[in-house]
Design a protein around this ligand. Structure first.
Ligand SMILES: NC(=O)c1ccc[n+]([C@@H]2O[C@H](COP(=O)([O-])OP(=O)(O)OC[C@H]3O[C@@H](n4cnc5c(N)ncnc54)[C@H](OP(=O)(O)O)[C@@H]3O)[C@@H](O)[C@H]2O)c1
Length: 292
């Protein structure tokens, strides 16, 4: 992936960034890159031991001591609320929120609040997190919210009558639905934030050799590693996230979907305004929040 000059040189000294799922994969490489640019990095992770290993690696590599870990389990709204409360208490600003953590095609299970896990972690947990941190983000504008979605959003539609997959569960469709929800949410949020100085982007990172494949058959895990021409390393996979977080002049494209560090086309379903509004209402109902 080619970088523009601006992206290569842009510094983030004095800026604060939160990255969910920063202990491994795309999130960790995003954290490493933004730490190198001088930002204060808050690694929002559920496994503090693995997060500490990653933090030490990033510190050794970048020399940035302003990289901290805070506990966040996106499959539990209590944990999300406790995390947000702590951030609001501790931080004076939040310039970039990167909603990166995700789980893919796992066996059926539910979050602590009874949501299907992929929808719960990938979409609902991040919506609640964004909602709780939004005043701080607005106060820090110009600011950005980056949603790591996927081309998997094209795999399916939204099952509005059974969004929690209680009547039937298909691992692929549930993942696709959660990623479609990511793209729809980014577009809806960008509209609501017009004029606030906060921009929102969603993106596909590419097919990346990460732990995301942990629930797949071993043959698939091996194939992702072997067929390197079709897949990206985690460093390469982090580039579009980094681009959306730091590239200058993207504000006019708020609400847009990106791939390979460039604007990309999302599916027609993901551009449906009525569907986006319905999802917004269902999401708020499920989370018990009032967000016009
Ligand atoms: N890899 C790909 O080919 C690909 C393609 C398209 C989109 N994406 C998207 O890219 C994002 C990053 O994925 P990745 O490839 O870097 O996968 P990864 O290596 O598996 O990283 C996922 C991260 O999410 C965290 N996470 C999972 N459940 C969580 C929870 N309940 N609370 C907090 N954190 C949680 C994981 O923490 P633990 O380490 O504790 O499990 C891990 O840090 C995901 O949103 C994924 O859908 C990836």
């Amino acid at each position: 992936v080619e970088f523009g000059n601006q992206l290569r040189v842009s510094r983030l000294d004095g800026k604060t960034v939160i990255i969910t799922g920063a202990n491994t994969g795309i999130g960790k490489e995003t954290a490493r890159d933004l730490a190198r640019r001088g930002a204060r990095i808050i690694m929002a992770c559920r496994d503090l031991e693995r997060a500490e290993e990653a933090r030490r690696d990033i510190l050794e590599d970048t020399g940035n001591e302003n990289v901290v870990i805070r506990k966040l389990d996106l499959s539990d709204t209590k944990s999300i609320r406790a995390f947000a409360e702590l951030i609001i208490k501790e931080e004076k600003q939040l310039n970039i929120l990167i909603n990166n953590a995700g789980v893919m095609m796992c066996p059926y299970s539910k979050t602590a609040d009874g949501f299907e896990l992929q929808l719960g972690v990938n979409h609902l947990g991040h919506v609640l997190l964004t909602y709780l941190l939004l005043d701080l983000i607005k106060h820090s504008a110009p600011a950005r919210i980056v949603v790591v979605a996927s081309v998997a959003h094209t795999w399916t539609g939204l099952r509005l009558d059974d969004i929690n997959s209680e009547r039937s569960y298909d691992t692929m469709k549930a993942y696709g639905q959660s990623k479609l929800a990511n793209v729809l949410f980014a577009r809806s949020l960008a509209k609501r934030l017009q004029g606030t100085g906060v921009s929102v982007f969603s993106l596909h990172p590419g097919v990346v050799q990460s732990d995301l494949w942990r629930h797949q058959h071993q043959c698939i895990q091996v194939a992702v590693k072997i067929f390197r021409i079709f897949t990206k390393t985690t460093v390469e996979g982090a580039q579009t996230t980094i681009y959306c977080a730091v590239e200058a002049g993207l504000e006019s494209q708020s609400g847009g979907y990106f791939s390979d560090c460039a604007p990309a086309r999302c599916s027609r379903t993901a551009s449906d305004d009525d569907l986006a509004q319905q999802l917004w209402e269902i999401t708020c109902n499920m989370l018990g929040i009032t967000w016009q």
